[in-house]
Write a protein that binds this ligand. Structure first.
Ligand code: NDP
Length: 230
């Protein structure tokens, strides 16, 4: 399978890339700065199975150009994993909220995956294709808490985008899931987190390989495939 992953240079994105390559898949790894990433070591190890591409999810022109470039090379995709995201205004209460932070979070965490799907969907032509949106339990309305407003709201909105895509793409046999990857030890999750990002990546790539039976319900699951509360 050829898997496009955004935010592939560190954290979960790096581990998803590494895990997919270890299992024999090909990866188009989207990073903001292709020359400044530890992915170059993986590129040496895996050769042509890893393509490093410049991909800033806020740059629609850049994503459109990437889609053309991949199409010209005859690339087809089996999966898109929308992983790139930020978490800012942590624990900030509504009275102190800075709307520049809210706008930036929405631009990256919600409009980012929308831009990526808008331009790269035509390349998603492999059999049993899938789109995995990396969401968060913070986006669960059932477990809403006051704080992390931009992040939580962005993940709830991402979940809506997942379901809209699911309805739109079901007839084409493209599976669309929102996945909570767990609380992971990454720059975002911090050192206290309970889960190794590698373990989460293993579960997520495993779900791509296993492929679920299509379901008309909204599919929000954790990295092991267990249902998450909406
Ligand atoms: P990190 O902060 O460790 O990494 C974030 C990644 O997103 C980096 O690769 C970063 O690239 C990339 N990124 C940020 N902005 C952009 C942009 N504009 N364009 C392209 N890439 C961008 O996060 P994690 O690895 O921890 O998180 C991965 C996913 O998992 C996210 O969707 C997050 O919301 C979700 N998640 C994480 C949890 C955790 O505990 N860590 C818990 C629940 C969900 P760069 O290096 O260029 O900055």
């Amino acid at each position: 399978m050829n898997i496009l992953i955004t935010g592939a240079g560190r954290g979960l994105g790096y581990e998803l890339t590494s895990e997919a390559l270890e299992r024999g898949h090909a990866v188009v790894a989207g990073v903001r700065l292709p020359n400044e990433t530890k992915l170059t070591a993986l590129a040496e190890k895996y050769g042509e199975r890893l393509s490093l591409v410049e991909l800033d999810v806020t740059n629609e022109e850049g994503i459109a150009a990437l889609a053309i470039q991949l199409k010209e090379k005859g690339v087809s995709l089996g999966a898109i994993i929308n992983n790139a995201a930020i978490l800012n205004s942590r624990n900030t209460q509504i009275e102190q909220l800075d709307f520049n932070d809210v706008a930036l979070t929405m631009d990256i965490n919600v409009y980012g995956p929308m831009r990526v799907v808008k331009h790269l969907l035509p390349l998603l032509t492999e059999k049993d294709a899938a789109i995995f949106n990396i969401s968060s339990e913070a986006g669960s309305i059932t477990h809403a808490y006051p704080g992390d407003y931009p992040y939580a709201i962005s993940k709830t909105a991402l979940n809506m985008f997942t379901q809209q895509l699911h309805v739109y793409l079901q007839k084409r046999g493209i599976q669309v899931l929102s996945i909570h990857p767990g609380w992971m030890r990454t720059d975002m999750g911090g050192e206290e987190a309970s889960l190794d990002a590698k373990e989460s990546a293993r579960g997520i790539i495993g779900q791509l390989e296993q492929r679920r039976t299509p379901d008309s319900r909204f599919m929000f699951v954790d990295h092991e495939g267990n249902p998450m509360p909406i």
